[in-house]
Design a protein around this ligand. Structure first.
Ligand SMILES: Cc1cc2nc3c(=O)[nH]c(=O)nc-3n(C[C@H](O)[C@H](O)[C@H](O)COP(=O)(O)OP(=O)(O)OC[C@H]3O[C@@H](n4cnc5c(N)ncnc54)[C@H](O)[C@@H]3O)c2cc1C
Length: 466
């Protein structure tokens, strides 16, 4: 009897068993499977995972490891700064003939994939997008730089192929290679700043499934009308699970379509699946323009006179700008590792346009503090806010933090949740407390006058040459 081939399945940003194309291929071909995760933050350069994503990763790996154990398998963990050598060691130790993985589309991921495929008996599979970046091109064969045509082109493709199911069993090797423990990776913080993370999130598969169910059964119904209101749970909060690939976006797309067929939330579902396409679009742009994480997409911004001001930057980071909606967002971010999308746009506009601080500073802070920190989405969001990206906010669009607050948090529910100093303030005063006869003494005065800052930004921005 011939023994079955053995393959190493290298898990990366696809920490799931469901709709895992590389794993599915190995199982379909009756391979013995050795699941592996490599911790090699050094290979990611400046985009090594930040504190909040490391916290999430610890729990996502724990969950994946439990799922594998339930199938009689294991997750082998290794750490080091050269993924190629780590994989070669594993090939030698196990006698495996193949390495399979799902593709990454960010610059570091693409570089690693290309290099390792030259050196190793490797095969890669489609990654965690609805369509791979090369599948959507305009009539000239070029990539799209504007969302709506990209969206239309994707819908026109029509073939949203079916996700593949998780395996029921896995063939394991007779002898397992050595493995580190998850704790050995040192992902959890030594100073316990993560208490609220535990109160906010269940970062494993159960939490993911509960969140999907809750969203499709309830919030999807209000998504279209309420997704911009940070005081309401009107969005899915699935971004960290999507970033770590604990659920595939293809699976979500199909579940959403099924939910729409069952119920009456079609408008909400359509608006929401459109956001999944924004996710594809952001990755598509970074794939085709790998410098987008650091360089402005519109070249005319290259010499923009950004201001360096550590004091103002710190006030923004700590949620002490004196603008309640900004401070509520920045404090939500610090406490929970997440911030509502509308508020991300408002705080980003404030940093970039009111304070004239470079969007890279904002992107770096988000990188360290967001549990969903994702290079494509984060770079895209910051370039958009800076007015220098694809489909960007036009330069003269400068969010007014007071009007945004009145419009999207009218009663101040969100502000009161995150700023205890303002809990007793009336809704009519809460958006601009410095205008009260007796402003609350423990809350800071505004660090900048918005209308003057706006004039200054308009002057700087309008001087940019087309
Ligand atoms: C300055 C800035 C920085 C951002 N940084 C990140 C980041 O690091 N990681 C991240 O996942 N998102 C980022 N976003 C996009 C967006 O804010 C989050 O994806 C969203 O708030 C996540 O909440 P949700 O899961 O409830 O979203 P939902 O509204 O339920 O949307 C479902 C999914 O669609 C995707 N999505 C939604 N909005 C966007 C968008 N504008 N661009 C790309 N994909 C989107 C996300 O994967 C999200 O989980 C950023 C936005 C801005 C303005």
């Amino acid at each position: 009897m011939t023994s079955s081939p053995t393959s190493i399945i290298w898990f990366r940003n696809d920490l799931r068993l469901d709709d895992h194309t590389a794993l599915h291929y190995a199982v379909e071909n009756k391979h013995t499977v050795i699941p592996v995760f490599l911790w090699s933050p050094q290979t990611e350069g400046r985009w090594a995972p930040g504190g909040a994503t490391q916290w999430w990763l610890h729990h996502a790996l724990t969950s994946l490891s439990e799922q594998l154990e339930a199938l009689g398998s294991r997750l082998i963990l290794r750490s080091g700064n050269d993924e190629g050598s780590l994989l070669k060691d594993l090939l030698n130790e196990t006698g495996a003939e193949h390495i399979f993985w799902n593709r990454r589309y960010d610059p570091n991921g693409v570089k690693t994939d290309t290099q390792l495929k030259k050196d190793l008996p490797a095969k890669s599979f489609r990654g965690n997008l609805l369509f791979e970046p090369h599948q959507i091109a305009n009539q000239q064969g070029d990539f799209y730089k504007v969302f709506t045509p990209f969206y239309k082109a994707m819908l026109a493709q029509g073939d949203f192929s079916d996700p593949v199911d998780a395996p029921h069993t896995l063939k394991s090797p007779q002898k397992w290679p050595e493995s580190l423990s998850i704790d050995d990776l040192g992902l959890l913080p030594s100073i316990k700043w993560d208490q609220d993370f535990y109160n906010t999130w269940d970062p494993g598969l159960n939490g993911c499934n509960e969140q999907i169910e809750a969203f499709l059964d309830e919030a999807a119904g209000i998504y279209k009308d309420k997704r911009d209101f940070p005081g309401i749970k009107g969005t899915s909060r699935l971004s960290p699970y999507l970033h770590f690939g604990q659920v595939s976006s293809r699976r979500l797309w199909h579940q959403a379509q099924e939910a729409a067929e069952r119920g009456s939330k079609r408008g909400g579902i359509e608006a929401w699946t459109r956001q999944l396409v924004w996710r594809d679009f952001a990755t598509h742009l970074l794939f085709h323009q790998p410098q987008l994480d650091w360089e402005p997409m519109q070249e005319k911004f290259a010499d923009f006179p950004w201001k360096k001001n550590d004091k103002l930057l710190k006030a923004w980071q700590r949620g002490e700008t004196g603008y309640p909606i900004i401070d509520a967002g920045m404090r939500e971010l610090w406490a929970t590792g997440w911030m509502h999308n509308r508020v991300r746009m408002i705080v980003a506009s404030f940093l970039v346009k009111d304070l004239l601080i470079h969007w890279r500073e904002g992107a770096l802070w988000f990188w360290d503090t967001l549990v969903d920190a994702d290079l494509a989405n984060n770079s895209f969001g910051w370039q958009w806010a800076g007015g220098c990206g694809a489909d960007a906010a036009p330069y003269f669009r400068i969010f007014n933090p007071i009007l945004q607050s009145k419009k999207f948090d009218t009663e101040g529910t969100y502000i009161r949740r995150w700023i205890p100093e303002l809990r007793e303030v009336d809704s009519k005063d809460i958006h601009a407390p410095w205008e009260m006869d007796r402003p609350p003494i423990h809350y800071p005065a505004p660090i900048i006058d918005h209308s003057k800052a706006r004039d200054r930004a308009l002057e700087a921005l309008s001087s940019l040459k087309d």
